[in-house]
Design a protein around this ligand. Structure first.
Ligand SMILES: [Zn+2]
Length: 490
């Protein structure tokens, strides 16, 4: 009974908050031409803001490119640099604060990163550092993730140019510089800064699932806007087997280090983790498919359980010498419902051999799950419908396959949504860390409009017309079947 009361109470608050915060009357037009927008984006790709691994012997990160990128932003977005408060975090990450008039409202964070992964120039058919051809913009970072940074900058510059100078709710733009190598120097330090100034956020939007185009999964015709409400954790470790033996291959031992390790690896691989129960209630993308389809599709199947990947082995130096040690590297992506401890102890039980040691190299618990019943999620959904309403879109809370910098923000807000408003096909997503990464000019312009609408939907502006702050089209919970969150009240 008491729960029912709280639920209804919560629902009323949600409805009041949601209707208050949406202003459909604000109409902001983009002040720059299509060609101008495309050319600025192309220019942003020319900065080689590449994150090389710290232990990469052959390549060093060229931070002068990062600083040149800052100057480029300063020249391109004069209004933002005049009106918003800019803070440089840890030399290269950027934080812009657009201070709202109502300090009681928790701020909104729009996060992205401007570092990129390396390219193999010779494998590209286009200039990896920016080229416009046939209405497409090519270059490293067009999707991951300069597009979001540039689109948020263009949208706010346009809002400012339309004389909407002060939001009611504070907005932060948080631009990390090392997401591709873990975000320890970038977003981790931005999050630390928020802790120091005691900022808790209403919500964070960060990179994440793009739209899944029609037939992305064979035979499935709807376009899905999957909003990542959680992501997997991981456990990476090295296994080493050791024996004391003659090392000449003419006098072989009964069991070699290689043999011992191979048996362990075979056990690990032939005993996969079981699917976790009710995962389709958290990851509602799975509700569109039957059990057989999920099992036979590697993408969907990996969403049901902790996965195991044997990724590297190392043993021996010569054909006629028996090594005394052998090593292998294993990585698990841990699903919500399992934990690092559970995965580790299950693997040790499976191996059950004291001649093998496990050294953990990296780990992360699965992220908490953000609710799709918050105001922020509903506004995100509303904005997707507004911008992409022409498509047959379904907005679905799901699990993001990869990890993002949002891992550094778990205590800054409960409401973290990972989404990128780009409709792609399978080949577009293969290109993200591969060759010929691209976005069409049309899609880029839509992305700018999307962020503009998202920002405006999130709040009325103090000097905008206040005649209509209620968006009558905003429906709560219009798509959330069979949800753990819904209490059957959709
Ligand atoms: Zn990224």
């Amino acid at each position: 009974m008491i729960f029912k009361f709280f639920f209804i109470f919560f629902l009323i608050i949600l409805i009041i908050k949601t209707t208050e915060s949406v202003d459909s009357s604000v109409n902001v037009h983009l002040t720059k031409s299509r060609a101008e927008l495309a050319s600025s984006f192309k220019e942003s790709l020319s900065f080689k803001t590449i994150s090389f691994d710290k232990d990469d012997q052959n390549n060093k990160i060229d931070y002068s490119e990062f600083l040149r990128f800052h100057i480029f932003l300063q020249n391109k977005y004069p209004l933002i640099h005049k009106i918003l408060k800019k803070t440089v975090i840890n030399k290269y990450s950027l934080l812009f604060e657009w201070t709202g008039s109502d300090k009681t409202l928790k701020p909104l964070l729009l996060n992205s990163h401007y570092d990129v992964v390396p390219v193999v120039d010779s494998e590209w058919a286009f200039n990896p550092w920016g080229e416009i051809r046939n209405d497409n913009i090519y270059g490293r970072g067009t999707i991951d993730n300069k597009v979001v940074l540039m689109a948020t900058m263009e949208s706010i510059e346009a809002i400012l140019a339309n004389n909407y100078t002060q939001p009611i709710r504070t907005i932060y733009l948080c631009f990390g510089h090392d997401e591709e190598i873990g975000g320890l120097d970038g977003h981790r330090m931005i999050a630390k800064h928020f802790r120091e100034i005691s900022v808790k956020a209403e919500a964070i939007f960060d990179e994440g699932c793009p739209f899944l185009a029609s037939n992305f999964i064979q035979g499935f015709e709807d376009i899905i806007a999957g909003v990542g409400v959680f992501e997997k954790g991981y456990l990476f470790y090295k296994l080493t087997s050791r024996i004391n033996t003659f090392t000449h291959s003419a006098i072989p031992p009964q069991e070699s280090a290689i043999g011992i390790l191979s048996k362990a690896l075979s056990k690990i691989e032939s005993n996969p983790f079981a699917p976790v129960e009710n995962i389709e209630k958290k990851n509602q993308l799975l509700q569109f498919f039957n059990g057989e389809t999920i099992k036979s599709n590697p993408f969907l199947n990996s969403m049901t359980k902790t996965t195991t990947a044997l990724s590297m082995v190392q043993a021996g130096t010569k054909p006629n010498v028996i090594p005394t040690t052998a090593s292998a590297w294993v990585s698990h992506r841990i699903i919500n419902g399992n934990s690092i401890e559970f995965v580790k102890s299950r693997i040790l039980d499976l191996i059950n051999d004291t001649r093998i040691t496990m050294e953990i190299e990296a780990f992360l618990e699965p992220s908490p799950i953000s609710s799709p019943f918050t105001t922020a999620y509903q506004i995100l959904k509303q904005t997707i419908y507004q911008q992409f309403g022409g498509y047959n879109v379904k907005v679905v809370p799901t699990q993001l396959m990869a990890n993002t910098d949002t891992r550094h923000y778990w205590d800054i807000t409960d409401n973290i949504y990972r989404f990128i408003p780009i409709v792609g096909n399978f080949m577009d997503f293969v290109s993200i860390h591969g060759n010929n990464e691209k976005i069409s000019i049309d899609d880029y312009i839509k992305t700018i409009h999307f962020y503009k609408k998202l920002i405006l939907n999130f709040q009325p502006f103090s000097n905008a017309s206040s005649s209509n702050h209620i968006n009558k089209n905003l429906k709560i919970n219009d798509y959330c079947p069979n949800s753990i969150y819904s209490n059957n009240k959709s």
